[in-house]
Design a protein. Structure first.
Length: 314
């Protein structure tokens, strides 16, 4: 069988305020805004993409910031914690930085022989920083956070499930993941050769309340595939396994298919190409509002309705 899925591509969540969202993920966590565009299905709402210097697959956290959106509820049937990878030597730096910006955190904790911190953004979205020495991805110096301390990209994501059996079957039988570790009710799966950015953790949590979507909740998790051809191949396998993936949708920077996993979480398979430099140079990423060509005739109206935001690092 061809290798069809090679790890995480991006995670997309909901927020209640565009500027506060930028301030937290650019200003506090030091991610780069790699694309400022709109929700293709709701052009009066931004779609903000944060990641590493070049917007590499596996580093991208995106948001739809709906002004005044009611906060969601964390629980079963939801991606509850998005975990970023940091160098082992940077753990104390991040503890100090979170204190500096008034972000309460818990930990350090231990899990699968790794050390991590846990906290929330201003909307209550669950975030983790996992300290490890296995991530060879380069850091990015945003002018405030030195590259040697900076976030490398995703490490893993935690899916809370009332019953994990069918979700595990999807991951292992169709999506080419393998179980590599388990600890009480937490099970870790990896794609391809594993490593930071190729993990997904499944938590058996039958006593959870049912999650509610809103500000601070994850809308979907996207897994990466190398090409349009490999995407169509995994789409065919999903159909054969009884899932109902969408047709291929053009998101300008990748092509996407979507489907629900058995616990109700929205999954996406996204292509690695063409990438975020298709309409901006790497040096210019995130500096201008980018619209898909079918919205260009409405640019003036769209820009007038969107709030003005600044992406300056703190």
């Amino acid at each position: 069988m061809n290798n069809l899925i090679n790890g995480l591509h991006h995670i997309t969540a909901l927020a209640s305020d565009a500027q506060k969202n930028v301030d937290f993920y650019v200003g506090v966590l030091g991610l780069r805004m790699v694309k400022k565009t709109i929700n293709f299905d709701a052009p009066d709402v931004y779609h903000l993409y944060y990641g590493d210097e070049t917007g590499s697959p596996g580093s991208i956290l995106t948001f739809f910031p709906y002004a005044g959106l009611t906060r969601g509820r964390r629980g079963g049937g939801q991606l509850t914690y998005s975990a970023f990878s940091i160098p082992t030597a940077s753990l104390s730096y991040w503890m100090d930085r979170l204190v500096q910006f008034g972000v309460p955190y818990s930990g350090p904790y231990q899990r699968f022989n790794e050390t991590y911190l846990r906290f929330e953004d201003f909307d209550g979205m669950g975030v983790e920083l996992v300290a490890n020495s296995n991530d060879l991805r380069p850091g990015w110096d945003n002018g405030k956070i030195p590259a040697e301390y900076s976030i490398r990209g995703f490490y893993t994501a935690t899916l809370n499930e009332f019953n994990i059996d069918r979700t595990v079957s999807l991951l292992t039988d169709v999506m080419q993941h393998k179980l590599i570790a388990e600890e009480q009710d937490l099970f870790r799966f990896e794609a391809l050769n594993g490593g930071p950015g190729a993990y997904v953790d499944v938590m058996r949590s039958p006593k959870d309340v049912r999650a509610l979507q809103g500000a601070g909740s994850v809308h979907h998790i996207a897994f990466a595939t190398d090409s349009d051809e490999s995407q169509l191949e995994i789409r065919e396998q999903l159909w054969s396994a009884g899932y109902n993936p969408t047709g291929v949708l053009d998101r300008n920077y990748f092509h996407s298919i979507y489907y629900r996993e058995p616990g109700g979480i929205l999954f996406e398979i996204a292509t690695n190409p063409p990438g975020f430099a298709v309409d901006e140079t790497v040096a210019e990423l995130g500096s201008a509002l980018k619209l898909p060509e079918w919205y260009e005739p409405r640019r003036a109206k769209i820009e007038a309705e969107l709030p003005v935001i600044s992406a300056l690092a703190k």
